[in-house]
Design a protein around this ligand. Structure first.
Ligand code: TYM
Length: 328
């Protein structure tokens, strides 16, 4: 059975890109693999400067993970800061990656450009080292992620191979797994940028908690393309192709087959909106039930952290031994 790990940051609402690109595949994967999923609150600290914000988002995200169908009795669902091995191995990883490699990360370049006038934390720069620790701590074989995380996976592999070469076989070399449909959900107002919590407009983002009327309206107003032909072509028709991909991810059909069914944008927008409303309806209901019992959520997270620590502690100790640190 393959060991599978993937994580998500508690920064604002979970959106449709997270769901179609990641969470949905985690749910399917938990029955086939030994699955670990982290709510990576330490990563969220890279862009936070107020107390309490991360904690609130962490609980909300936990409720969402259980609402989409992750089962705490099957998969290991934990909060990153509850498993202190992440910070410990994170530092070791920082010492195995170069300044130049980190500077080439597209996500860092994008995020730092967007925060140009703001405080730019060193953590935002060294983030991929902590992400490498998240993955390597669990002897992970596969990491299901959206397309946007591919570069981070590559640097994780590079770091792991470098460590193994320098200090002896220590880490399993993980590989990225991308979903067939939904790997790259784009902003509805700017279909050349990925849908993201840090996007410019709320109109371009479908939150998992948006009400049905808001979802239908956002799809109705989605930016399409100059001509009026419905065709699947990401390069020349990014807006329409994004709608077709979202509809495909909801229905299980291919975007090409769906394109053949439409001659106008209006009905495509309406059907995609409806399909997303129906996809999210049961998830939203379950989310609200779960949020009504915080104590239960916290207890589930404590159990998850205990299970995670059992694995993480062994790997950290192995890395420390291979480095030749003096045992405590
Ligand atoms: P995060 O929190 O931004 O996103 C969580 C997951 O959602 C996917 N995703 C998308 N997929 C398709 N279309 C989109 N528009 C879209 N936006 C986000 C992401 O690919 C991801 O799978 N650095 C990571 C968190 C992380 C992590 C890890 C992931 C930390 N440690 C270890 C895997 C393994 C991040 O910021 O994801």
């Amino acid at each position: 059975m393959a060991r599978v790990l993937s994580c998500i940051q508690p920064t604002g609402d979970v959106h449709l890109g997270n769901y179609l690109g990641a969470l949905r595949n985690w749910v399917a994967g938990q029955h086939e693999n030994d699955a670990f999923h982290g709510i990576v609150d330490l990563h969220a600290l890279t862009v936070i400067d107020q107390p309490g914000v991360v904690g609130k988002s962490t609980i909300e995200l936990a409720a969402m993970l259980f609402a989409v169908g992750l089962d705490p009795d099957i998969a290991t669902i934990f909060v990153q800061s509850h498993v202190t091995e992440h910070s410990q191995l994170g530092w070791i990883m920082e010492c195995q990656v170069s300044f130049g490699e980190l500077g080439r990360m597209t996500q860092f370049k994008d995020k730092s450009a967007k925060r140009e006038a703001d405080f730019l934390s060193a953590g935002l720069f060294t983030y991929p080292a902590l992400m490498a620790a998240d993955i390597l701590l669990y002897d992970t074989d596969e990491v299901p992620v959206g397309e946007d995380q591919r570069q981070h996976l590559e640097i994780t592999r590079d770091i792991a191979m470098r460590f193994n070469h320098r200090f002896g076989e220590t880490f399993v070399i993980p590989k990225a797994v991308m979903p067939k449909a939904g790997a790259r959900v784009m902003d509805l107002q700017d279909p050349t940028s990925k849908m993201s919590k840090t996007g410019d407009t709320d109109a371009g983002l479908i939150s998992m908690l948006d009400d049905p009327a808001a979802i239908v309206k956002k799809f109705k107003r989605a930016v399409t393309d100059g001509d009026s032909e419905v065709r699947f072509d990401r390069a020349t028709k990014p807006g329409v192709s994004n709608l077709l991909e979202i509809l495909a991810a909801c229905t299980g059909e291919t975007p090409e087959a769906l394109a053949a069914k439409y001659t106008q944008y209006g009905p495509l927008k309406a059907d995609t909106g409806e399909a997303v409303v129906e996809l999210l309806r049961p998830i939203q209901a379950r989310y609200h039930e779960l949020m009504a019992d915080r104590a239960e959520l916290q207890s589930l997270l404590r159990k998850g952290a205990q299970k995670a620590r059992v694995v993480a502690a062994v790997t950290l100790a192995r890395a420390q031994t291979h480095l030749g640190l003096v045992p405590a």
